[in-house]
Design a protein around this ligand. Structure first.
Ligand SMILES: [Zn+2]
Length: 224
């Protein structure tokens, strides 16, 4: 295993989802698993990997990258096996997944991870499962939201250092866009902070909360 075993595992469909959703809490207790790397003409795969490395070094997390999954065309059945292996190898106590989204890769990752995380003899060490939130997801519904007639209902809040989060986001220089601008990230963190009783916060929705003490949400805070 690259790096020591870490208590927290973040599953990121793409490089940048980890910072958009969990950038305020990521530190050296975290491992981030990137499910794929895009290969566009304007931003090379090498540039994206370099941005991930810079971000990991800045925030302190370890990471792994699955370069086999074709970005924009992830397949649930191809993800499940490697996810089960990832869980068995790393034995995280808490797993962070993206909130289901209009993005097909995000949906595939959530579907496959919910299968890999189902209560089963081989994975009882995972005590907590949380969905993380991203501004571009919060601003548009997914199918499940439409069917339920509700939007995401975050029920866990972690205080964050918003400047540290924005600084980490800027390390993904090729991914900073108006639709997820630093200003929008600050606005969402301010709103979630208000809901959670903090100045700025990141919000999560609990799927399983079997060992809140392992979560120590109040201490899920960057130390930078
Ligand atoms: Zn993504």
């Amino acid at each position: 295993l690259e790096g020591s075993r870490r208590e927290f595992l973040v599953v990121a469909p793409h490089i940048d989802d980890e910072v958009l959703g969990c950038g305020g809490v990521l530190d050296d207790r975290f491992h981030v698993h990137y499910c794929g790397v895009e290969e566009f003409r304007i931003v090379s795969r090498e540039a994206r990997l370099a941005e991930a490395k810079a971000c990991a070094e800045f925030l302190g997390f370890s990471y792994s990258v699955d370069v086999e999954n074709p970005v924009n065309a992830y397949s649930v059945s191809r993800l499940i096996g490697p996810f089960e292996e990832l869980l068995r190898g790393r034995r995280p106590k808490t797993v962070f997944l993206p909130y289901p989204s209009y993005n097909q890769d995000h949906r595939a990752v959530v579907d496959a991870m919910l299968t890999a995380l189902r209560p089963h003899d081989v994975n009882p060490f995972v005590r907590n499962v949380l969905l993380y939130e991203e501004i571009q997801v919060t601003s548009w519904p997914c199918r499940e939201d439409l069917l339920r007639g509700t939007a995401a209902q975050p029920n866990c809040f972690a205080p964050i250092d918003i400047e540290r989060k924005i600084a980490a986001y800027r390390l993904h220089a090729s991914q900073v866009r108006a639709m997820r601008s630093p200003e929008l990230l600050v606005a969402l963190a301010k709103w979630r902070g208000f809901q959670g009783g903090y100045e700025y916060a990141e919000a999560f929705q609990a799927v399983r909360l079997s060992e809140p003490s392992a979560l120590a949400l109040g201490t899920l805070r960057g130390r930078g």
